[in-house]
Design a protein around this ligand. Structure first.
Ligand code: FAD
Length: 455
């Protein structure tokens, strides 16, 4: 066991001999059994630099973690100091330049609320307590994605500590390669201490979800698909088969009930939004719930009512090139009302628009060549259920394989794999070059590693 007595930071170093060690090493995704050498609860960029320097001097590795939503593929973390940034929660908004500077532990909902005070919006995904840094480094697919592309391409600068313990700010002028790699290539190149982000002039919009019994089935998915294909980029939407767990956090009428939901965010005013959603309301029959309303942009990450407390999850994503009727049938057969699926949910997120077009001066994830991304997750409350979930994810992936696009989406890739399995070959070879230049000893551990070969 390493000796951490020489490591002094303002925050806290937790080690296996501490009575609360099991709590200190927890990730949001309770499926991850993290066993690092120590957990550093950093409170500043200086703390992070101190930890990275200590690791370099003691032949240890370091991993950055905001919340642990993306911890499933990270591995056991032997020989690694886990740097948790949850105490670094500073947010500064500059309304005149429409920018935010956020420290590495800021959650999506916190940034949304702070931006909302100035009638501005970030690019929030579906979960309020996802960490903004991890989400953004892996791309960041938001409710505004089709209009504004991936969140990573709205980053103006990144404050970080490189593997040698040096604190730097990288942007399009300074260390542009490193700046490029971190925007969509994940966190394997440096430990991020803060992000400088562009905000959007979106104060409110028409958004919510229509909730139907799952029995509406494949016909509803087909109607959704045709509707989604007809929409301008200002509308981003998601269809999902979901069975919310029977827990008090879930509203009573949908607790434990198999459902089909169609969620959408329509940039614009209420009358425009109502006109956009009207065809679905007209053709899909009676809803169990209809939560659409003109809402502040900060409300977006609550549309899905995702859990805000740590839970165990086994999930996976597949990019879908096109969704003909046969693909809808395969999706419904594997995850719909008569499928016997042990999954909590399986969803199709509509891509295209700005996420489908190369981003100007974009990062490692510029865009995705696919019509949809499918994401599915189950909650393994028992080990038998865990096995069933793994098996069903494999079955679903196989069923949808005729329509799968190449590669994947970083943030939804929850099985352990290198970036080579996710991003295009030319992107991966540039990422490997950058990794060799900035972290030649492979000191920085990420949930999806960049293979640099033997030193
Ligand atoms: C319920 C739920 C909903 C989700 N919804 C969406 C969505 O709508 N859109 C979307 O794009 N994704 C979504 N995701 C996926 C999510 O974006 C990823 O899991 C992401 O990795 C979470 O970031 P985090 O910081 O919370 O997680 P963490 O596990 O803390 O971080 C993930 C990885 O990011 C890197 N990282 C984090 N912090 C640092 C740092 N300071 N320095 C260097 N590297 C760092 C590390 O490599 C780390 O392993 C969702 C996930 C869940 C569980």
């Amino acid at each position: 066991m390493s000796d951490f007595t020489g490591l002094k930071i303002t925050g806290r170093i937790a080690t296996p001999s501490d009575p609360d060690w099991d709590e200190a090493r927890l990730a949001w995704n309770l499926i991850a059994d993290q066993r690092p050498e120590a957990v550093a609860f950093a409170e500043s960029a200086d703390d992070v630099a101190e930890v990275v320097r200590f690791a370099a001097e003691n032949d240890l590795r370091v991993a950055g973690q905001g919340t642990g939503h993306g911890a499933a593929p990270l591995g056991p973390l032997e020989g690694t100091i886990l740097i948790k940034t949850e105490r670094m929660r500073g947010i500064e908004i500059d309304p005149s330049s429409r920018t935010a500077r956020i420290e590495a532990g800021v959650l999506s909902a916190e940034l949304g609320a702070a931006a909302g005070e100035h009638r501005l919006s970030a690019l929030p995904g579906s979960s309020p307590d996802v960490g903004t840094v991890g989400y953004t480094l892996g791309g960041g697919m938001s409710w505004l994605a089709r209009a504004h592309g991936f969140a990573c391409n709205h980053v103006r600068g990144i404050e970080l500590v490189t593997a040698d313990g040096e604190a730097r700010t990288v942007d399009s002028e300074n260390d542009p390669d490193l700046f490029w790699a971190l925007r969509g290539g994940g966190g394997g190149y440096a430990i991020v201490t803060a992000l400088q982000l562009e905000l959007l002039p979106v104060a409110d919009l028409y958004a919510g979800a229509l909730v139907f019994p799952a029995a509406v089935g494949g016909e509803a998915v087909r109607i959704y698909r045709d509707w989604a294909a007809s929409l301008p980029d200002e509308v981003t939407s998601i269809v999902r088969f979901v069975t919310p767990p029977p827990i008090p956090d879930v509203p009573e009428p949908i607790r434990g009930v198999p459902l089909l939901t169609i969620g959408a965010a329509c940039i614009g005013d209420q009358s425009n939004g109502e006109a956009t959603i009207a065809p679905l309301r007209a053709s899909l029959g009676e809803t169990i719930m209809d939560t659409f309303a003109q809402m502040p942009a900060a409300g977006l990450s609550h549309i899905h009512m995702d859990p805000e407390n740590p839970v165990p999850g086994i999930g996976g994503g597949v990019t879908i090139a096109a969704l003909p009727d046969e693909a809808v049938d395969a999706f419904t057969a594997a995850t719909g009302p008569d499928s016997g699926s042990p999954l909590l949910l399986s969803e199709l997120r509509h891509l295209g628009g700005a996420v489908g077009r190369p981003a100007e001066n974009g990062g490692a994830l510029s865009h995705l060549d696919a019509d949809f991304v499918m994401y599915s997750v189950g909650m393994p409350m028992t080990s038998e259920l865990g096995e069933a979930i793994h098996g069903h994810l494999r079955h679903l992936e196989e069923a949808m394989s005729p329509w799968a696009a190449d590669g994947g989406y970083f943030n939804f890739t929850e099985r352990p794999c290198d970036v080579d399995a996710i991003l295009p070959a030319e992107v991966c070879s540039r990422l490997a070059e950058i990794k060799r230049a900035y972290d030649p000893e492979d000191r920085i551990v990420a949930n999806h590693a960049v293979a640099i070969g033997p030193a």
